[in-house]
Design a protein around this ligand. Structure first.
Ligand code: ZN
Ligand code: ZN
Length: 346
């Protein structure tokens, strides 16, 4: 089969690889129909995620059709259309029993990280019963690729941890797919204002079309002054960090009012400075989280009931044979006006 392989830092290639086989009785083999590329895959390619071995098939998002199941798999059978969660969970360990699947002792984020991932014709999914979801009939299947990672990530790490409530004010720093996923799902709670902050005017336009009440181009405006002007000089109730660099995290700590929450979503590779001399008395909360995907069933229902339309995140489509070009397009997201690219298995 064809698979997109991480060869070495900065190098990837679509190669012929052996089709995965069942290893444990709890495994399933899935024929991938659609997958996508995540910002995290670009971090891996840059060499930021050291534990990814050369030769690993990348990708932790996708949908597909069950090809084969181990004897212990009871929820899924050959031919079922399934959504693959970016988080693998055994369902039995202490973390899984708490709903903290991201820290599953047997799983967590392993796809396209510690084991071969979804940017291939087939993938082996461990603990299939608790790591796959049935795709409801009559849904736009392709759009559900956004439920593997970005929508649960924006919702759990940003909206739930940031405690967005009706009437509150929210700032989201970063209008990439994850920031936009937080913007979209924050609207479940009808906040009074959602201010999107980015350096890319195209992404801010998209944010406006997805429900942002205000946008701030941080390459043209002083963000702190603009946010204060929009919030009667007080700051916001919730600031979400959706970039993953020190400057944007530190910015979030300056945007919140007393009692405010900074909800980190970004993947960070460097230390940040925390102005604790200003913050110690402000009753603030800072949260971090690796997505658990515990809200995926709820998000699937929101898509079915048309309260959530993940199709609006898709800007480009490629075949698996064109995946190297897809990486280039996604890697030049601002110039290409790319949000999420869909890779189809021809
Ligand atoms: Zn991802
Ligand atoms: Zn577990």
């Amino acid at each position: 089969m064809k698979a997109l392989v991480y060869k070495s830092t900065g190098q990837l290639a679509l190669e012929e690889k052996a089709k995965p086989a069942l290893i444990a009785t709890t495994d399933a083999i899935i024929k991938i129909t659609k997958t996508t590329i995540c910002g995290t895959d670009l971090h891996i390619l840059k060499g930021d995620v050291k534990e990814v071995a050369y030769g690993t098939t990348l990708g932790h998002e996708g949908i597909g059709i069950v090809e084969e199941t181990g004897n212990a798999v009871s929820n899924f059978k050959k031919g079922d259309h399934v959504l693959i969660s970016c988080i693998t969970s055994c369902g039995k360990c202490d973390y899984c029993r708490k709903g903290m699947y991201s820290h599953c002792r047997e799983g967590g984020w392993i796809l396209g990280h510690l084991i071969d991932g979804t940017q291939a014709e087939y993938v082996r999914i461990p603990y299939a019963d608790t790591s796959l979801y049935h795709i409801p009939a009559d849904t736009n299947e392709e759009s559900l690729v956004m439920l593997s990672d970005i929508l649960p990530t924006g919702y759990e790490c940003g909206v739930l941890n940031g405690q967005v409530q009706p009437g509150t004010t929210v700032a989201i720093v970063g209008a990439g797919p994850i920031g936009l996923a937080a913007l979209t799902t924050a609207q479940f709670f009808t906040p009074a204002a959602i201010i999107m902050i980015d350096t890319d005017s195209n992404r801010l336009e998209v944010a406006q079309s997805m429900g942002a009440t205000h946008t701030i181009n941080s390459s043209q405006e002083n963000v702190i002054e603009s946010v204060m002007a929009l919030t009667d000089g007080e700051g916001v109730d919730t600031a979400m960090e959706a970039v993953g660099i020190p400057a944007t995290f530190e910015l979030c700590t300056h945007l919140i009012k007393p009692g405010g929450k900074v909800a980190n979503i970004g993947v960070h590779g460097k230390s940040v400075s925390l102005a604790l001399e200003d913050l110690w008395s402000k009753n603030i909360t800072i949260t971090t989280r690796l997505v658990d995907t515990s809200t995926t069933p709820m998000l699937l229902k929101s898509v079915s009931s048309q309260h959530l339309d993940p199709a609006s995140f898709i800007t480009h489509r490629f075949k698996l044979s064109e995946i190297e070009t897809a990486y280039k397009t996604f890697g030049n997201a601002a110039k290409e006006k790319a949000l999420k690219v869909i890779i189809s298995n021809e």
